[in-house]
Design a protein around this ligand. Structure first.
Ligand code: DGP
Length: 121
């Protein structure tokens, strides 16, 4: 299945620069910016430039871009001083409404800078 670019998608608008973003990292395939509702001292969203509704769809449609997404997330964590050797961070990919996904453009949350608890809510 192939997903067309969505002119109404919020994260597509951020990627295109039509909605302002606090950008922390960008590659040919990915774009990363600070979450507007941070849940931790560091809270960055890493998204593919390609419009697909969730990470599972990205793996199915463009697996090399899913690898690029996780590589970008790891690089963001390193940039933010959160690499595993520095204490670590959490990556979250809410997938579907039961998981509280609210923006249906694939994204990974990179969260850190405070102790994390388990299980997540
Ligand atoms: P999720 O619930 O997993 O779909 O995460 C979507 C996140 O997007 C949520 O943590 C809030 C964030 N968000 C929503 N609108 C905006 C926006 O306009 N700018 C930024 N930077 N983040 C946004």
């Amino acid at each position: 299945m192939s997903y067309a670019a969505d002119p109404d998608c919020l994260f597509c608008k951020l990627v295109r620069g039509e909605v302002p973003a606090d950008v922390v990292h960008a590659t040919d395939a990915t774009f990363a910016f600070r979450d507007v509702q941070p849940q931790a001292p560091t809270h960055v969203l890493v998204v593919p430039r390609r419009h697909v509704p969730d990470v599972a769809s990205l793996v199915a449609e463009a697996p090399q871009e899913a690898v690029a997404l996780f590589a970008a997330a790891a690089e963001v964590a390193r940039q933010e001083g959160l690499a595993a050797a520095d204490g670590g961070y959490r990556m979250v990919a809410n997938t579907g409404p039961a998981a509280q996904q609210s923006v249906f453009h694939a994204h990974v949350h990179v969260l850190g800078g405070r102790p994390m608890t388990w299980p997540p809510g």
